[in-house]
Design a protein around this ligand. Structure first.
Ligand SMILES: *Cc1c(COP(=O)(O)O)cnc(C)c1O
Length: 429
């Protein structure tokens, strides 16, 4: 054997090592002082930065065609940080929010952030006029999803973003269901893109994670009176303004990271960032297969006698199909829903009869899951919010994994026979 101790071994790891370190050491106090005062770039403590987390932030910035990104402990934290950074210090803060938004976002907006004074008006993402009518002088943000969960409505994003920008509001788009593989909100007027990386980006139902990506469009110096907490000098930022510290295009996420992430603490860990980065390497193949299987299952179920209607962009009317075709979408994603016929008791028996398809409140896993939104993800909605959501007691949401389509069809048909028996179609060639 040759002597290998003389020089470092050849070959470097393909996968980045996991940097499990709470803190970072400096060669001199002068270096430490410069990084802590944010006069020089670098890591201080893992609550505000870590090499694995930074690699994930760089990757999502690239995929979303953005300017910069911040990772968080969960999607919920990403949405919360986005809203706090854009509305937290304002006394008259108001948000216009899609009536078809994720249930956790509704709780955050109408309960926890409502306690801080944030006011919300809900509007239909398919009707830009409702967004225009909801505007107030204090409206700072519009929040909507690029593919709504669970009913898969596509928003009129270009028109809604145009209204927001005309009135100085920032457009936040939750791109969790579409993923950047199927849709890039920054190309349709989004200023800030948020993700629950727990879902498709991670892809395997493991860690929770969230991401905020700044598209690089928002510039608070264009209307400094509206955004004084970005444009005015404060003790917090060493007697400077966030715009002076981070630059106009990065002030928003500078505040999100160095104020809210730092003070509230919902940071992402190194192992989570590593797992999500590994997941992203297979994002395209997973999402394309899940999207194609979901589209075929939706078509099959739309003909089943136990199904009243399916919710999928190809079954939601001509405008939705047109948006899918020409609105910049590269697929409709792996989520679809079905309203069953029959009584709520029969619907419950169908859910309990599914064997391959597991009952769980998650999406974007490689395993196919079913949820009953009325009892699970959307159980805290008020009767008015529930009516506006379009969900019924008979709605089931499916999130399609990577199993064989014929196996999924067989499981669905045996369970739906509780309501109406039907013959499963022949498997796809
Ligand atoms: C799951 C989800 C969230 C919340 O993300 P967590 O990672 O569960 O905190 C936000 N938006 C959408 C669309 C989601 O599906």
């Amino acid at each position: 054997m040759s002597d290998t101790t003389a020089r470092a071994p050849l070959g470097t790891p393909i996968v980045q090592p996991i940097h499990h370190s709470a803190a970072y050491a400096f060669d001199s106090l002068a270096d430490a002082r410069a990084v802590f005062a944010q006069r020089a770039g670098g890591f201080t403590y893992a609550r505000t930065g870590n090499p694995n987390v930074a690699a994930l932030e760089a990757e999502i910035t690239r995929l979303e065609h953005g300017e910069c990104a911040v990772a968080t402990a969960s999607g919920q934290a990403a949405v919360a940080l986005a809203l706090l950074s854009l509305t937290g210090p304002a006394k008259d803060a108001h948000a216009v929010v899609s009536s078809r938004i994720y249930g956790g976002s509704v709780d955050l907006l109408t309960d926890t952030l409502a306690d801080t004074g944030l006011e919300v008006t809900f509007a239909d993402p398919r009707d830009p006029q409702e967004w225009e009518a909801a505007l107030r002088p204090g409206t700072r943000v519009f929040l909507l999803e690029s593919i709504a969960n669970p009913l898969t409505e596509l928003p009129e994003l270009d028109a809604i973003a145009e209204i927001a920008h005309r009135h100085g509001a920032v457009v936040i788009v939750d791109n969790t269901v579409a993923t950047p593989h199927l849709y890039t909100p920054a190309e349709h007027g989004a200023d800030l893109v948020v993700h629950s990386a727990t879902k498709y980006l991670s892809g395997h139902g493991g860690p929770l994670g969230g991401l905020l990506v700044d598209a690089g469009r928002f510039d608070p110096t264009r209307d400094p009176e509206r955004w004084p907490w970005f444009t005015q000098r404060q003790h917090r930022w060493g007697g400077r303004s966030p715009v002076e510290v981070y630059g106009a295009k990065r002030a928003l996420l500078g505040v999100a990271r160095c104020k809210y992430l730092n003070d509230l603490g919902p940071c992402m860990g190194a192992t989570t960032a590593h797992e999500i980065l590994q997941g992203i390497t297979t994002l395209g193949v997973r999402v394309e297969r899940q999207s194609a299987t979901a589209q075929r299952l939706a078509a099959t179920l739309s003909e089943h006698p136990a199904v009243a209607r399916v919710h999928h962009p190809l079954h939601n009317g001509t405008r939705q199909a047109e948006l899918l075709e020409t609105g910049g979408y590269r697929g409709a994603g792996g989520v679809f829903s079905a309203d069953l016929r029959g009584t709520p008791e029969q619907v419950e028996r169908v859910v309990d009869a599914l064997r391959l398809i597991k009952l769980a409140a998650n999406i974007g896993d490689v395993r196919t899951l079913v949820a009953h939104p009325a009892s699970m993800t959307h159980c805290r909605l008020t009767p008015e919010q529930f009516a506006a959501s379009g969900i019924t007691e008979n709605t089931l949401r499916f999130t399609v994994g990577l199993e064989d389509e014929a196996d999924l069809t067989a499981d669905l048909f045996q369970a739906l026979s509780v309501i109406a028996p039907a013959e499963a179609p022949h498997a796809h060639a």
